[in-house]
Write a protein of this length. Structure first.
Ligand code: HEM
Length: 162
């Protein structure tokens, strides 16, 4: 099942993939690292989005962003290697799993939404940094961000059942 041609076949035949399939503890430990990573990433993003949506208006948005951004980056540094390790254990199964493909597409959409936010309306943050309602664009992007990341988590959890 794991052999076969191409990148997926190679990935599934590596020693790491074999260890992920045969070791009693490696896969669960790697999954815990994955969970810790997205708790940091989505937790940091959600706190920033809730501030943009109007919670804790006295808290300067830019200061909160400077505090949370490194934590979300740290989360990604845990999520991606752990995710790839779990993927390597059953690459053909995950690559042909529609929920997994949806999850990756939603992650890409959330990344594009964040990029558009930071290169767009966030450049005007000085005008709505504290005690002001954020522009409608910023609030809509914060809502989209929350919805996308919650759906990514749902897809991730549902993987075990599909
Ligand atoms: C970037 C944001 C990501 C989030 C928020 C996320 C979230 C999740 C969640 C909630 C689970 C279920 C964990 C559980 O219930 O035990 C999961 C599982 C999984 N994730 Fe991710 N994930 C992310 C990125 C990735 C990436 C980039 C990959 C690989 C390329 C990946 C591969 C996997 C795999 C293979 C599983 C299945 C584990 C299993 O059930 O056996 N994830 N993810």
């Amino acid at each position: 099942m794991q052999e076969g041609a191409g990148l997926l076949g190679w990935l599934g035949s590596t020693a790491l993939a074999d260890a992920m399939r045969t070791s009693l503890w490696l896969y669960p430990i790697v999954e815990i690292v994955h969970i810790a990573g997205f708790t940091l990433l989505v937790g940091a993003i959600a706190m920033f989005d809730l501030r943009v949506l109007g919670w804790s208006r006295s808290l300067p948005v830019d200061q909160l962003g400077r505090f949370l951004l490194p934590w979300s980056a740290a989360g990604l540094l845990l999520i991606v290697p752990a995710g790839l390790m779990m993927f390597s254990a059953h690459p053909h199964d995950f690559a042909s799993n529609r929920v997994f493909l949806l999850k990756l597409s939603l992650i890409a959409a959330a990344g594009i939404n964040a990029l558009l936010f930071h290169t767009g309306v966030y450049r005007t943050v000085a005008a709505w940094n504290a005690e002001r309602t954020a522009p409608m664009t910023a609030r809509l992007q914060a809502l989209a961000s929350l919805a996308l990341w919650i759906t990514v988590i749902c897809c991730g959890r549902l993987l075990a059942y599909t």
